[in-house]
Write a protein that binds this ligand. Structure first.
Ligand SMILES: [Zn+2]
Length: 233
């Protein structure tokens, strides 16, 4: 979904006119797009009458209660809107932490039922991406693009690649057969197959940690054939 569409949906949502499906699309977009997320937060803050007072870093976390009582009538109105805003922001924060299917081409299944873009995945849920299908998963600042045939598990801190070809974009942790891959604003390509596990770092820095740790920089290529580790570079 383009950002313009997300912005329009956010406007409808603020006006209280958004269907469940539209809300799902919006939440999925906000989970992956920090620009639109920041924009919606700013619009909520403006609505709550906070635009003219400069909240401190802590005030944003604590809400408008910390900004003091200046003109109680206005404050009371702002307070009401702020309470609504706080509840909504809490639900968005919650959804940002959730693991979800962000987009898909082709049918993608989880525990016997087809799932759709925007659906949240509970911890431990295994998603099957069939041949010819593609799926993008998201959690916070992590995007996980998978090409079928593949199997992905929603994990405690990110996703596990059980089998298949995938690209990790952003920041977060992916579980692999050779340990946890932690990415920091990175782009890393992975292949998990019966022959072994392979990864290439295209951008940023990442770390693969199990009984030994590999620091990955752009251009790094590691291949693990069956049980033996064969770092190529
Ligand atoms: Zn956006």
């Amino acid at each position: 979904m383009p950002c313009e569409r997300a912005s329009a949906l956010a406007g409808s949502w603020l006006a209280g006119a958004l269907s469940t499906d539209e809300r799902r699309l919006l939440v999925a977009h906000l989970a992956a797009c920090s620009d639109c997320d920041a924009d919606l937060r700013a619009r909520l803050a403006a609505r709550a009458g906070l635009a003219s007072s400069e909240p401190s870093t802590g005030a944003r976390a604590r809400g408008p209660f910390a900004t003091g009582v200046r003109g109680f009538g206005r404050f009371r109105g702002a307070l009401l809107l702020a309470c609504v805003g706080a509840v909504l922001l809490a639900s968005f924060d919650q959804s940002r932490r959730a693991s979800r299917l962000q987009s898909t081409t082709g049918a993608v299944h989880c525990e016997g039922r087809q799932i759709a873009a925007g659906d949240e995945l509970s911890e431990g849920a295994i998603v099957g991406v069939p041949r010819e299908a593609r799926a993008t998963f998201a959690r916070g600042a992590l995007r996980f693009e998978v090409e079928g045939p593949a199997r992905v598990r929603a994990a405690r801190r990110g996703f596990d690649l059980l089998s298949g070809t995938a690209r990790v974009v952003g920041e977060g942790t992916i579980g692999t057969s050779r340990g946890a891959l932690t990415c920091d604003e990175a782009v890393v390509d992975l292949v998990e197959s019966a022959a072994g596990f392979e990864l290439r770092c295209a951008e940023g820095v990442a770390r693969l940690a199990a009984h030994e740790t590999h620091q990955l920089v752009p251009g790094a290529h590691l291949r693990f054939v069956r049980a033996s580790a064969v770092p190529l570079r």
